[in-house]
Design a protein around this ligand. Structure first.
Ligand SMILES: [Zn+2]
Length: 177
């Protein structure tokens, strides 16, 4: 049995006693959590989430980029349309020991840039060496995006993979390159 077949077995168990058929499209907390794809950094665990409570967006590093800005714009449009006019609030969660920090290494950066056919500077922008600074900066970047506009709040947080704690990012921290 391969790894995914083992996981499918868990789904069989999950669906046997399924009790979430009446959940609505918009999440109960009207919150979007953007965080890293890192398997250790799962909001369902560190925020104790149940089904339907928040929307989770994940990419490498939990970085705000055009794709994330579009996704938040879509969710906020939906929220205003079918979520009783409420706006979404966004938590940008970066973490220590992030895998993207490895790409500060020039050799690895060059190698990846070549592989995905991008300029090394694009890779450098993804690098997180100071999660406190990058989470705060990405929250500002998201909030100030013209596609987002006033009414949507974004706040940076840092998750510690060694202690399980989540803390608000310090907005005056230096932004990582
Ligand atoms: Zn990460």
């Amino acid at each position: 049995m391969n790894a995914f077949e083992q996981l499918i077995e868990r789904n069989v168990e999950y669906s046997e006693d399924f009790q979430h058929a009446s959940l609505q499209i918009m999440p109960a907390f009207m919150t979007v959590v953007l965080t890293c794809a890192d398997a250790r950094v799962d909001p369902a665990h560190f925020l104790g989430l149940g089904p339907g409570e928040v929307v989770v967006l994940r990419n490498i590093g939990g970085r705000v980029n055009d794709s994330i800005i579009e996704s938040v714009a879509i969710l906020d449009t939906l929220a205003q349309k079918i979520g009783n006019g409420n706006r979404v609030n966004v938590a940008v969660v970066h973490h220590n020991d992030c895998g993207v920090s490895r790409f500060a290494n020039p050799q690895l950066q060059q190698s990846l840039a070549h592989r995905i056919n991008r300029d090394p500077s694009v890779i450098q922008e993804m690098v997180i060496t100071d999660p406190n600074g990058s989470a705060a900066a990405d929250a500002v970047l998201l909030e100030s995006a013209p596609q987002i506009g006033p009414g949507v709040t974004a706040t940076g947080y840092v998750y510690d993979v060694t202690t399980g704690t989540l803390e608000k990012a310090n907005a005056v921290a230096t932004v990582s390159a």
